[in-house]
Design a protein around this ligand. Structure first.
Ligand code: F6P
Length: 366
């Protein structure tokens, strides 16, 4: 009999259940009743405080299409893992104890950047770890694709689609702010898929004058409306040059906006005289059911995790490489961010069809 622990950590996404189902179904197929799966509640918290339940094969039925996570999740910052909790409990030691007491063969961690760092820490502490790449942000180094990303892009694209008709009726400028933390992947993909005229992402700091000029050019061409897809982490060229502290001081002195989209909206309204509206789909992007792409990806990643367990190949994150399922050592993944390359072909192609990224004046007319 082998015992496999499983937890979902960090912000949720649509395909967590689908991925756990992939792992479980493959394990049950390999081991039959000789495998027991232990689910930890609310991410690493469940491992720290030994809050778990034994899962049955029936728990994994009917969850392929269910968003969220049946185990619950929480954010347990990596930087605080070595800091004792309010009762002086050593979190890392406690996680190791839970793992050992339960006599786990290994722990399967479904998580994004911070969660992978903790997974790697546990690996360094001698635990058998298999990690799975979760995040709507697609910013995990070592994998071409994370599960949750495509579903989130679908939601964000639907938001832009929904804005199109009302934008054209009113002849307004619309800004749709898209999640993605410090990277622009969801905004870039949803922006292209939704036909946004301007896409602003953190990796390509914008010049507000270039943005305004692109809007004016559209007006000159007789276009009644414009849509901007703006990443929550988008930043101006000016601000990108500042240190964290300088930026904080600058923001403290000026008008406080709820987010970058509102700041941009105010600037555009003032500089063009056009009516601007802001839409923020926010956490809706993590909600609802996984799209078919994610269901397939999750099933494949999950099955591969089960295979690694069978082979006793630990210390890896299952990943997508060259459009196929592969594995990458966790020690290589932890602490690295996968950002959009401003010189990549997708950016070049988007520019070729007339999308403005706020960095340079478009050469061709849209
Ligand atoms: O990492 C996923 C993500 O949705 C980011 O896109 C976003 O910045 C963040 O999580 C929001 O975090 P929270 O759910 O804690 O508000």
């Amino acid at each position: 009999m082998i015992r496999v622990g499983m937890l979902t950590s960090g912000g949720d996404c649509q395909a967590l259940n689908a991925t756990m189902r992939g792992v479980a179904k493959a394990l049950y197929k390999m081991y039959g009743s000789d495998v027991e799966i232990i689910g930890f509640e609310d991410g690493y918290k469940g491992l720290i405080y030994a809050d778990f339940r034994i899962l049955k094969p029936s728990d994994f039925s009917g969850i392929l299409t269910k968003g969220g996570t049946m185990l619950g999740t929480s954010r347990q910052p990596f930087k605080l893992m070595r800091t004792p909790d309010e009762n002086g409990l050593d979190k890392v030691e406690s996680m190791k104890q839970t793992y050992r007491k339960l006599r786990l063969e290994c722990l399967v961690v479904l998580g994004g950047n911070g969660s992978q760092k903790t997974a790697n820490l546990l690996r360094e502490e001698g635990l058998n770890i298999i990690a799975l790449p979760k995040t709507i942000d697609n910013d995990l180094w070592g994998t071409e694709m994370t599960f949750g990303f495509q579903s989130a892009v679908n939601v964000a694209t639907n938001a832009i689609d929904g804005i199109h008709t009302t934008a054209s009726s009113h002849g307004r400028v619309f800004i749709v702010e898209i999640m993605g933390h410090k990277v622009g992947w969801p905004t870039l993909h949803a922006g292209i898929a939704g036909g946004a005229d301007i896409i602003l992402i953190p990796e390509i700091p914008y010049d507000i004058k270039v943005v305004v000029e692109a809007l004016k050019e559209r007006n000159r061409q007789g276009k009644r409306f414009s849509i901007l897809a703006v990443a929550e982490g988008a930043i101006s060229k000016e601000d990108a040059k500042l240190t964290k502290k300088e930026l904080k001081d600058k923001k403290a002195k000026g008008v406080v906006y709820p987010s970058v989209a509102y700041e941009l909206g105010a600037q555009i309204q003032e500089m063009t005289g056009q009516e601007v509206r802001v839409t923020v789909p926010g956490h809706m992007q993590r909600g609802g059911e996984p799209c078919p792409y994610d269901r397939v990806l999750s099933t494949r990643l999950g099955a591969e995790a089960a295979y690694l367990i069978q082979q006793k190949e630990y210390g890896y994150m299952v990943c997508v490489k060259n459009n196929d399922i592969d594995k990458v050592p966790l020690r290589e993944v932890a602490g690295k961010l996968k950002v959009v390359d401003p010189n990549s072909s997708i950016i070049r192609e988007a520019k070729m069809v007339g999308i403005c990224f706020g960095d340079e004046k478009l050469k061709e007319k849209d």
